[in-house]
Design a protein around this ligand. Structure first.
Ligand code: PEP
Ligand code: MN
Length: 354
């Protein structure tokens, strides 16, 4: 074959490529048009009967050299790309997305403007155990000029035999110690039925990792008029995480703080794997403030400070960490909570020069 002949054949292939490109995009535009019509009618975008009809017609016309299976495969990919296009444009329209609202959401609690571009902090014990325990931590937080305290009253424990928390009694203790130190309260709620009673004592409703896809709880938190701190699920993708936040905002509550708390991987050196790149991704894709919980992500006291520095350096709006007056006797997460002295050191190192 002469080079000239090869060049001619190649230039015909090039031409066909461009025609295919035109046709594929023309088809995509029609699919989008159909999507809009279907949306008005309220009918489903995916229509398997219609797909089967299209494939049958195509195969009826197939006279090779590709066999029918290959042709079906190629066209199925084209159909799928069309459907993805519709879903993609739908995803871009999530209420939590930056496409929908380009400006940062600022969650206002007790003088803290979370998401305003300066770092914010949530400290406190893993679980509320007693008034004295919470008061000691609350005072240490207040001494640092901070405004928020956390503490679990309803503890979603992996084992049913582990300490489950003091429940409403724990919330009352937390509220009292917080009020005495002018702090706002962050606490986890696990049961949608508890929200109404709990919001008398809680300023920010925490939804824990184990409940990130508890959709009834998400809806109930969305219906409440209180900010929500939503933690990423143990094995949740960022898309699933954003959709969980969407459940809350779609009920009318846009005061949402996302919290990266580590995900489950094969690595055992840390309790979970802190997905640090989740922070800039969530900041780009959503308008919500993003926190990093360094306690549950690392599960290691020696990693709390470097992880917190990394979180702020990469653009997190704040850091959460657990503090207990005597971690050795804590009823949960004894190995990873800071004592008050370690807390002082952690906070002064983290904010040094700021
Ligand atoms: C907590 O913050 O108290 C907690 C239980 O964390 P997570 O839901 O992230 O495990
Ligand atoms: Mn804990």
């Amino acid at each position: 074959m002469s080079n000239n002949e090869l060049d001619q054949l190649r230039s015909r292939v090039d031409e066909i490529n461009l025609k295919l490109l035109d046709n594929i995009n023309e088809r995509a535009r029609l699919v989008q048009e159909i999507g809009r019509v279907k949306e008005k009618q309220g009918t489903s975008r995916f229509d398997p009967v219609r797909e089967r009809d299209m494939l049958n017609t195509i195969i009826d016309h197939n006279d090779g050299p590709f066999d029918n299976t290959t042709i079906e495969h190629i066209f199925k990919e084209v159909f799928k790309a069309g459907l993805d296009l519709l879903q993609d444009s739908h995803r871009k329209e999530l209420l939590v997305s930056r496409k929908k609202k380009p400006t940062d959401t600022i969650v206002n609690v007790n003088g803290e403007e979370i998401g305003d571009g300066t770092p914010h902090f949530i400290f406190g014990p893993c679980a509320v155990e007693s008034y004295d325990q919470v008061f000691e931590v609350a005072r240490a937080i207040r001494e640092k000029g901070l405004n928020l305290i956390r503490g679990g009253a309803f503890k979603p424990r992996t084992s049913p035999y582990d300490f489950q928390g003091l429940g409403m009694e724990g919330l009352k203790i937390l509220r009292k110690a917080a009020d005495e130190n002018n702090l706002a309260v962050v606490s986890e709620i696990v049961n949608p039925a508890d929200i109404e009673a709990a919001i008398e004592y809680v300023d920010i409703i925490q939804i824990g990792a184990r409940n990130m896809q508890n959709f009834e709880l998400l809806k109930a938190a969305g219906a409440a008029r209180k900010p929500v701190l939503l933690k990423r699920g143990l094995s949740a993708t960022l898309e699933e995480f954003m959709n969980a936040a969407e459940y809350i905002i779609s009920q009318g509550n846009g005061d949402i703080i996302l919290c990266e708390r580590g995900i489950r991987t094969y690595e055992r050196a840390t309790r979970n794997t802190l997905d640090i790149s989740a922070v800039p991704i969530l900041k780009q894709e959503t308008h919500l403030p993003v926190f990093v919980d360094v306690t549950h992500s690392t599960g290691r006291r020696d990693l709390l400070l470097p992880a917190a520095k990394a979180a702020l350096a990469i653009g997190a709006d704040g850091v959460m960490a657990e503090v207990h007056p005597d971690p050795a006797v804590a009823l949960s997460d004894a190995a990873q909570q800071m004592n008050l002295e370690q807390f002082d050191h952690f906070f002064s190192e983290l904010t040094r020069g700021k």
